[in-house]
Design a protein around this ligand. Structure first.
Ligand code: ACO
Length: 336
């Protein structure tokens, strides 16, 4: 058995910045409302004529992560791609990256676990590395939310929150058993699936062709739905639980945390978690003000930014934690 470590990180954001003031022009909202409720000041939305798609942005982030790990494409043994906004309903986005990278016929797996997607993907990579099956795994989180959002006043409760972007990590074999990903913790509660979802029943019961056939302007079933307050209440409980679970499993306390990187759901959620663990400002990393909520991409983008800002050093204890649609939630405790 081996340990696994994050050996390289990279992120990519589309260059089109959409500020809260820009949104004021297209829907009934205000900069103040958005900032007060979510902490978001701007987000990136791909332009409709851009080459950027979920897999293209994932590919761009992945190239940077592989280079940061001082590896070549041929060194990657497996790809795990987390997204809720794949280029196609099928096939998945992992195979697109395998092709764009001109990699040999290595396996590619897509993970559909929304905001917890990157933690789930990291946990899968960790298991494959631990058993010795693979040596270097590319783990990507990427989202193109903007084309699927309702950018009218009808959709303002959801659309102001989400942004586009991608982050990637290379997970590699670590021979020092005291270092690397020390534990991961995954949970789900499907009874709340509809509280944060695209509630269209999907293939098998009702498919896009039916929606198009209906051509009903009032049909909202293909738009994201979020029971915001219910999500908030569940998120703060589950974030705390799963961070505690990781600390307890490793016999650590909150004082040992060098940096907590929560999924960037909403600044208020992060601040609630910070208060409940009594963490100093320098023990938690937030960048939601710049990018909004990028779902599966938010943790790898934040991790890469924190790393590049020298906030993570050798021997530091880092906790990644996420909660989102499913509901699903999870954490990963890493000794850098
Ligand atoms: N601008 C202006 N007004 C708005 C907007 C907007 N963008 N969106 C909603 N409103 C209005 C509503 O219509 C409502 O008006 P009404 O009182 O006349 O009916 C009023 O604001 C209050 O709406 P609520 O939905 O009750 O607002 P709330 O205070 O709950 O804030 C929010 C909404 C920010 C979504 C909050 O519930 C929240 O933070 N939830 C957590 C969910 C979250 O963070 N999700 C992130 C994605 S999921 C994840 O990553 C885990």
């Amino acid at each position: 058995m081996y340990n696994s470590k994050i050996s390289g990180l990279g992120f990519y954001l589309p260059d089109n910045i959409v500020t809260n003031n820009d949104l004021e022009k297209i829907m009934d909202t205000t900069d103040n409302w958005i900032k007060e409720r979510t902490g978001i000041e701007e987000r990136r939305w791909v332009k409709s004529d851009s080459e950027d798609t979920t897999s293209v942005m994932g590919f761009k982030a992945a190239k940077l992560a592989i280079s940061d790990a001082n590896l070549k494409n041929k060194d990657i043994d497996f790809i795990i791609f987390a997204t809720l906004s794949p280029d196609y309903f099928f096939p998945g986005s992992g195979v697109m990256v395998q092709d764009m990278m001109d990699m040999s016929t290595i396996g590619s797996l897509d993970v559909r676990n929304q905001c917890s997607g990157f933690i789930y993907a990291l946990s899968i990579a960790d298991q494959y590395i631990k058993t010795g099956m693979y040596k270097n795994i590319l783990v990507i989180g990427s989202e193109t939310h903007s084309p699927g959002l309702d950018k009218t006043t009808r959709g303002r409760g959801v659309s102001v929150i989400f942004g586009d972007g991608a982050g990637a990590a290379v997970v590699s074999r670590e021979l020092d058993k005291s270092k690397g990903i020390l534990s991961t913790h995954l949970h789900s509660q499907g009874k709340y699936a509809k509280e944060l979802s695209v509630i269209s029943p999907g293939m098998g019961t009702r498919w896009v062709s039916d929606i198009l056939k209906d051509n009903d302007p009032d049909d909202e079933s293909y738009l994201p739905y979020m029971n915001g307050q219910f999500v908030f209440k569940n998120a703060i409980v589950r974030f705390s639980e799963v961070i505690n679970e990781a600390l307890q499993k490793n016999n650590l306390t909150k004082n040992d945390i060098k940096l907590l990187i929560p999924h960037q759901a909403n600044l208020r959620i992060s601040q609630f978690v910070q208060r409940s663990f009594k963490l100093h400002n320098n023990q938690i990393f937030n960048n939601i003000s710049k990018y909004g909520n990028t779902t599966a991409a938010s943790i790898p983008i934040a991790l890469a930014e924190a790393y590049q800002a020298n906030l993570i050093n050798n021997g530091d204890i880092i906790i990644l934690a996420a909660f989102g649609s499913g509901f699903t939630w999870g954490s990963a405790l890493i000794k850098w």
